[in-house]
Design a binder for this molecule. Structure first.
Ligand code: PGA
Length: 252
């Protein structure tokens, strides 16, 4: 039985004060709910502050990126061990905004996945097609390439520390979400493909989140699909009430 996992990607939003307030509200509204896993992923500068708010609660902490080395002369970068040190359990890798705006490749993302797992972090690995790719009927080919590249040399037993977030690029921040059927079709494909790469047994347990304009009013139908095991929420995670409404939609 896969436990649903709802994560909030705060992107480059919040301030030290509003990050702390948002985290406190999420903690308060969630209470001791353990039927699903919940995480918040603030910007780097606020991780420590949010860590002190969520410590010992049902809310886990995640970061939005890392560099694939433990330490070194990498000005401006943050290592997986530093994230662990500050209290992170999760790190989001391969987000489409980084793939597109920072030109991250599957090979580089794969290095990060290995480094993060080695340090003891759990990975939320994002994949997804653009609108042009979907229109050209290339969705599965794109997901296939991203999975093969970013999961290279990942063993079956490592998969339990990886969540895949299927995030169609055309749905991110646009207010246009994938239909439940589009999400289900993509998720079923991802599970089958990961099964081919890492073994069908471990793929059965794989948590696959949907991301892209998840809101309180569409969360229940998306999360009701057989292979949709959670959500990676951007905009709606910046309001505690909306985020918690999505969390509640995942409790069945
Ligand atoms: P959105 O972002 O919910 O604002 O569409 C999702 C994401 O980028 O993870």
């Amino acid at each position: 039985m896969r436990k649903k996992f709802i994560a909030g990607n705060w992107k480059m939003y919040t301030s030290s004060i509003t990050a702390e307030m948002l985290a406190s509200s999420v903690v308060k509204l969630l209470g001791d709910e353990t039927r699903l896993q919940v995480a918040v992923c603030p910007p780097f500068p606020f991780l420590a502050r949010v860590a002190s708010v969520v410590k010992g609660t049902a809310v886990a902490l995640g970061a939005q990126n890392c560099y694939p080395k433990d330490e070194g002369a990498f000005t401006g970068e943050v290592s997986p061990t530093m994230l662990l040190d500050v209290g992170c359990q999760y790190v989001i890798l391969g987000h489409s905004e980084r793939r597109q705006k920072m030109a991250e490749t599957d090979a580089f993302i794969n290095e990060k996945v290995h480094a993060a797992l080695k340090a003891g972090l759990k990975v939320i690995l994002c994949i997804g097609e653009t609108l042009d790719e979907r229109k050209a009927n290339r969705t599965e080919a794109v997901l296939d390439t991203q999975l093969v590249g970013s999961l290279a040399k990942i063993a079956a037993e490592q998969l339990k520390n990886i969540t895949i977030a299927y995030e169609p690029v055309w749905a991110i921040g646009t207010g246009v979400n994938a239909t439940p059927q589009q999400a289900q079709d993509a998720h079923a494909f991802v599970r089958q493909r990961v099964g081919g790469l890492c073994g069908a047994e471990s793929a059965k347990e794989l948590i696959i989140q949907y991301g892209g304009s998840v809101k309180p009013d569409n969360a229940a139908t998306l999360l009701g699909q057989a292979d949709v095991d959670g959500a990676l929420v951007g905009g709606a995670s910046l309001k505690a009430e909306d985020f918690l409404a999505i969390v509640r939609a995942g409790i069945c």
